[in-house]
Design a protein around this ligand. Sequence first.
Ligand code: IPM
Ligand code: MG
Length: 434
Amino acid sequence: MTTPGQPPNSVAAGASRGRGGSSTEGERTSDVREPRSADPTKASADPEVTYRLAVVPGDGIGPEVIAGGRRVLEAAGRLFGFRFEWHKVLIGGVAMDAYGVPMRDEDLAACAAADAVYFGAIGDPKYDDPKAKVRPEQALLAMRKGLGLYANLRPVTVQPVLRGSSPVRESLLEGVDMLIVRELTGGLYFGKPSEQRDTPAGREVVDTLIYTEGEIRRVVKLAFELARGRRKKLTSVDKANVLSSSRLWRTIVEEVKPEYPDVTVEHRLVDACAMTLIQRPALFDVIVTENLFGDILSDEASVLAGSLGMLPSASIGEKRTPFGVHGLYEPIHGSAPDIAGKDVANPLATILSGAMMLRWSLGRPAVAEAIEAAVGAALADGYRTPDLVAATGEQPGQKKVGTQAMADAVVTALEAGASQKAGAGGPGERAGAR
Ligand code: IPM
Ligand code: MG
């Protein structure tokens, strides 16, 4: 199984190590190279480094899952020899409560200035009025746009011990390992006009699906790069039998294809793809698609993993930091207000998002792998949050735990894995390297 969301080639090669080095901001994504744990550059990781993170707990269960994720990241820092400086930022419903706006300019600037953004969830039912002009979710969209995060990477893998948790038959889940690359700053989410109007014939509404060819090409190229580092298969999803935007999308995929002769490309219509995703999920490697289709398909795909609480994501763009690409890391689940504050939310998607942050933005792929392995180990030890128990019913050997205890189980597994590795004498980033 490939590691979730492997970065494209770029990150380590383009970026000098350490804060003093020159950043390669604005470099094209297609020039990049994949940081893997075997990379020799990783062996020289500066043990003294402090990563500056903007942390956005947000609304609902956001603060709880972020607290769990931070505990795991802090533990990783202790074990592998680096530190974090956390800059807490209020965005979303909590910012509307505190400042009257979902996001202040200075808070967006703080996110832009950090090495990466660690994000919980946004959305509060008290601001759900469909007539409201200002909604918490606008901050998330403004942040994606403002930080230039045009690509959202949503890896979908199924933990072996959770195969029974999915409503999809276990035999179909064998070999499921896909990466959904969702375009994130264009399409219907941002097109203007987007409004309701009063006309003599009654109310009418309009949303605009608009893409420039540049917007399509950059995300398609990134997806090709990512496919190249995986099983070399790219599925482009569109609705070209109906939409002009999809016909240009498809044309551009065909135009880019000759640059990647080693990658097999297929086009699927989104409706048929939605069906195949459940019928034969193991067929897919990298999926690239426009914003709304990607939003829908990634929630659908999460069913394969047994719970929405398992899926992490990375949103990245062209901006570089001293250690990798600048990015925002968040679980794909929402704020789940119904279970907020009860210590029952599953923190694993947030913990796995932290691993993606280490891989993509902080130049620490081996630590990312260690955290991913620790998540697998905690699950194999029987630890289950209520969402995972609900999926299978209680079973012998399961230990039903809350949010923080699940994070602790991952920390324990991380410590155990690190001390084993140190004993075996692994490469560069191992615990005990200093
Ligand atoms: C997601 C969410 C967001 C989106 C919402 C909260 C605006 O569903 O990240 O998938 O639609 O992009
Ligand atoms: Mg969504």
